[in-house]
Each structure stands twice: as structure tokens, then as C-alpha cells.
Design a protein around this ligand. Structure first.
Ligand code: CTP
Ligand code: CA
Length: 225
């Protein structure tokens, strides 16, 4: 962490960070989920606290310890995450969606545990779309000049996919993580690139999630109203 990061340059600001991964219940004992640990979102929250911001961390199913100094709101599903993020975003200067939000949820919740029966094949699980929280907060900014940031993991044509997603979501910044073996952009050690709606691209070299967190806030800062 450099000298810059300890400057309280986010003092007087309220920032909202979502972290972790949503779980979409199927019955009382089962859910559809993902492997997100919450590490990146928690690093973003800690970095913002260190830089003087008031921080609301909306955390979906993460095992990580609450960051000191942040208001932590725990949620389970995408619908709950949406409610909590929209509520906190009402007076926020910036919203960073680092959570892995399930794209789909089971169409119906089975109130009793689903049981198997001899000689009967299981029913397929019908799914429905979850709300797109990032697109919604980008389209309906709770405050003029509110800065909205998304995250995306992409393969293949990483930059083109990232650009298209940034435009589709309507956010200000999109942190694109390249997944898979093939490095398709920037310097050899680049692990992420931050795409901005104004066309700029900031490659972030391979390193700890704390460093990426500070880079994100460095890019949010000049865009704040
Ligand atoms: N996101 C969201 N609500 C959703 C899905 C995603 O707010 N229902 C946010 C994530 O938190 C992330 C960004 O959107 O910041 C990009 O997520 P990603 O899964 O890459 O985008 P999708 O539009 O779901 O595209 P894909 O079909 O590639 O999964
Ligand atoms: Ca998705």
C-alpha cells in the first residue's frame, strides 16, 4: 500500500460495496450458488474505510470477518442483495458491485425437502432470471453524479466482451478480470483491466486484491460529483 492510499481522499463520501455470492434456495436444505469468497469486495470495503469513506458493505454468504469501521448488511439471495444495495445507494456517492449475483433462481421454492423416490426420475429444475442490479442502479442513479462500478470475468476476446458489457450495463467503470490461460491484452503480467465509459483503459498488473481495490478507488475519485 503506497503513501497515496493512506490519504483520507474519500472523507465525507458514502460508498456502497457488494461482495460474496448469492445463494438461490431450492428447498429448505439446498441452493444454487457460486464459489465467490467475497475477498475482492471486502478488500474494496477495507480500502475505502482506510481512505476515510463511510462504507456500507452488502455481503452475500461470505465467511470473511466484518471489516472494522464498515456497516455490514448480510444477505442471501439476489433479490435480497438488490433490496439492500438500492436502499444503501439512495445517498451513496459510489456503488461498486463486486458480488457474484446468480443470473437465475429456481422458479419455485419447494417448502418441504425434495425427496427421491425409487423408480421415479427427478423433475428438471425450472429457472427464472434474477434482476440485473448493476444495470438498474446505472440506469436510475439515486443521485446525480453517482459513480457506478461493475466487475466481470471474461474469456476469449476479453476487451471486446468487456466493452460490450460496460455499454450494456451503463456503468462508469467495469473491472474486467481475464480468466483462462490465454493472455489477450496489455502487458504480459496484466491480470485485470479497468474499462471506463469515457474510453480509457487502465491495466492492473497481477497482484493482491488490496492493490486492485486501491486502483478502483483511484479511478472512482476523479469521477465523483
Ligand atoms: N450483476 C448484477 N446483477 C445480476 C448479474 C450481475 O448486478 N443479476 C453485476 C455483477 O455484480 C457484476 C456485473 O453485473 O458487477 C457483471 O456480472 P456478469 O455476470 O459478468 O454480467 P452478466 O450481465 O450476468 O453477463 P454474463 O451473461 O456474462 O454472466
Ligand atoms: Ca452473470
Amino acid at each position: 500500500r503506497g503513501e497515496r492510499a493512506t490519504t483520507p481522499d474519500l472523507a465525507g463520501r458514502h460508498v456502497v460495496v457488494s461482495a460474496g455470492g448469492t445463494r438461490e434456495p431450492l428447498d429448505p436444505v439446498r441452493f444454487l450458488g457460486n464459489r465467490s469468497s467475497g475477498k475482492q469486495g471486502y478488500a474494496l470495503a477495507r480500502a475505502a474505510v482506510a481512505r476515510g469513506a463511510r462504507v456500507t458493505l452488502v455481503s452475500a454468504n461470505s465467511e470473511l470477518p466484518d471489516p472494522a469501521g464498515a456497516d455490514v448488511v448480510k444477505v442471501g439471495t439476489a433479490v435480497q442483495l438488490r433490496e439492500a444495495v438500492l436502499k444503501a445507494a439512495a445517498d451513496a456517492d459510489a456503488v461498486v458491485m463486486a458480488a457474484a449475483v446468480a443470473d437465475f433462481r429456481p422458479a419455485r421454492y419447494v417448502t418441504g425437502k425434495i425427496k427421491k423416490r425409487d423408480g421415479v426420475e427427478p423433475e428438471p429444475i425450472a429457472l427464472v432470471r434474477n434482476p440485473d442490479i448493476l444495470a438498474e442502479i446505472s440506469a436510475e442513479r439515486a443521485r446525480p453524479g453517482q459513480v457506478v462500478v461493475g466487475f466481470a470475468a471474461e474469456t476469449d476476446d476479453v476487451l471486446a466482451n468487456g466493452r460490450a458489457k460496460l455499454a450494456r450495463k451503463g456503468c462508469d467503470l467495469l473491472v474486467v478480470n481475464e480468466v483462462g490461460e490465454r493472455k489477450t491484452f496489455g502487458a504480459a503480467e496484466s491480470e485485470a483491466v479497468v474499462l471506463a465509459a469515457d474510453g480509457t483503459e487502465t491495466p492492473v498488473p497481477y497482484g493482491p486484491k488490496e492493490a486492485l481495490a486501491d486502483t478502483v478507488w483511484d479511478l472512482v475519485l476523479p469521477r465523483l460529483a
